[in-house]
Design a protein around this ligand. Structure first.
Ligand SMILES: [Zn+2]
Length: 238
């Protein structure tokens, strides 16, 4: 027996693997997706739909309200969070909110809980190292912070090279704080980052100066950094 094209099962618009059985409204149109993808999307939407609200709570320094909102979203959607996207995203937000609230001991614990969930990719691992290092530094433990940064940088994946400055800058600042040079083994990573962003490596400077110079050149290109020139240098003296 042959099927007419109309009877062929349509594949999920998102994963392209399973049969599309559920309508899912995107910003401009509705697409048919599979039941698994629908669950995943619902878990994501639960957070994404309230992110602006949570950010505003944090901006207003209503940190406990922001954290309670995250807990509520996770509890209501945990059963859908098969790939842990929601749990990991919330763990990241929790760590960052606690840091911004100046609640560093709690932020450290939140970073540990985040690591327990495992990392999806190098970018997430680097985000975690960044957050944990700034927390440890704020707790007066710069040596541990530097170890976290170097451990993070030890995990590399060329697909995420774009984000390396996230850890290269704290690498320089923490080394400086501890009165030690940046380990020359990270030069290759700085070069790869510069190549990716089509920036020529400054010649003749120490690796510390080179990394800061690269960051400066990069930021000068970006309109969003136009008004905070020097902010990094001030932040360093904590
Ligand atoms: Zn699907």
């Amino acid at each position: 027996m042959t099927h007419s094209p109309a009877e062929e099962p349509k594949l999920c618009w998102l994963c392209g693997k399973n049969e599309a059985t559920e309508p899912y409204a995107l910003s401009k149109q509705t697409e048919m997706i599979c039941a698994t993808c629908l669950e995943r999307r619902r878990a994501r939407d639960a957070l994404e739909d309230r992110l602006i609200y949570i950010t505003n709570l944090e901006y207003d320094r209503r940190y406990d309200a922001a954290l309670a909102c995250l807990d509520e979203i996770l509890e209501a959607n945990r059963h859908r969070d098969h790939d842990l996207w929601l749990a990991r995203s919330i763990a990241m937000l929790r760590s960052s909110i606690l840091f911004n609230a100046g609640r560093y001991a709690e932020a450290e614990k939140a970073c540990e809980a985040w690591a327990q969930l495992g990392f999806r990719n190098i970018h997430d691992r680097w985000m975690h190292a960044f957050e944990k290092a700034q927390t440890l530094n704020a707790l007066g433990r710069p040596r541990e912070a530097l170890a976290v940064v170097e451990d993070g940088l030890g995990h590399q994946d060329p697909r995420y090279i774009e984000a390396a400055m996230l850890l290269l800058t704290p690498l320089v600042r923490l080394s400086k704080k501890l009165g030690q040079p940046v380990d020359p083994k990270w030069r290759g990573l700085a070069e790869a980052w510069a190549r990716h962003h089509e920036i020529d490596m400054p010649v003749g400077d120490s690796l510390e100066k080179t990394i800061l110079e690269l960051q400066k050149i990069y930021r000068a290109r970006k309109p969003e950094f136009a008004n905070d020139e020097g902010a990094e240098d001030e932040a360093d003296e904590t």
